[in-house]
Design a protein around this ligand. Structure first.
Ligand code: ADP
Length: 242
């Protein structure tokens, strides 16, 4: 699989028509290939909006988002995992994967499910799977596109800590083998301290980059003390924003 794309974000302004003020303004970020950037910030800051601009789903803004030198809306389709898994309820786990990519073989779809730890659940319908398992299917489905960019919007939200940590392991494993560029939105400081290479705090109205942290050590290998140190630094940064 090809490795990750460089993502260059230069948003002069993004405003929704019903709002007087832009949501995002003067936002510049470059995400290096095959690194994981975490976006944190208060609810409503514009993190999900930014993911949609990066995905090329929303083109209504001033500025540009380039993915490996191409405007986002004409670049390769990214993998996108939303907060809620958005599986098609009438299709099995395997068929949910095949639904996003008609040319994928059965064997390849099954292999993806195995990679995310769902051996034996290929024929299960979404309602027969736990919330954490449904998210794994959603992650496998995003990987089916062989994405150079993987966008994750609160993929661990409302999971208990044990499940979230299990999903971290799955995430780290697939990142290691697929090497996409990852942009992860999360409000959970422990998640980002464990998984990201770089953390960006977005805040303000309009939102701008308020703080940035290059995370020491390797994602997945940080011990409790390192996580605590990163968490403290992020909490301090969050407290100083509006
Ligand atoms: P976050 O992900 O940081 O919680 P969002 O990107 O979801 O923030 O939202 C940022 C702001 O933009 C919020 O005030 C939200 O109400 C507004 N917003 C998001 N999507 C739309 C939309 N489609 N139309 C109008 N306003 C929107």
């Amino acid at each position: 699989m090809a490795s990750g794309a460089r993502v260059e974000i230069d948003i002069a302004s993004k405003r929704f028509s019903n709002m007087a003020e832009p949501v995002l303004e003067g936002l510049k970020l470059t995400v290096e290939p095959s690194t994981t950037l975490a976006l944190i910030g208060p609810s409503g800051a514009g993190k999900s909006t930014l993911l949609r601009l990066i995905a090329g789903i929303d083109r209504d803004f001033d500025g540009q988002v380039m993915v490996n030198g191409k405007a986002a809306h004409v670049a390769e389709t990214p993998g996108f995992v939303f907060q809620d898994p958005r599986l098609l309820p009438w299709l099995t786990a395997e068929d949910n994967i095949r639904a996003v990519r008609a040319d994928i073989t059965r064997d390849a779809a099954v292999e993806l499910l195995h990679e995310v730890g769902l051996k034996g659940f290929e024929s299960a319908l979404p309602h027969q799977l736990s919330g954490g398992m449904q998210r794994r299917v959603a992650l496998a489905r995003a990987l089916a596109l062989s994405p150079r960019v993987l966008l994750l919007d609160e993929p661990f939200v409302s999971l208990d800590r044990k499940l979230a940590r299990e999903l971290h392991k799955v995430f780290l494993k697939v990142i290691k083998s697929y090497r996409p560029t990852v942009i992860l939105v999360s409000h959970d400081i422990e998640d980002v301290a464990q998984l990201a290479d770089r953390i960006v705090l977005l805040s303000g109205q309009p939102a701008q980059v308020k703080s940035e942290l290059v995370v020491p050590g390797k994602a997945g290998d940080r011990d409790v003390a390192a996580i605590a140190g990163i968490s403290d630094a992020l909490s301090d940064a969050e407290e100083t924003v509006d």
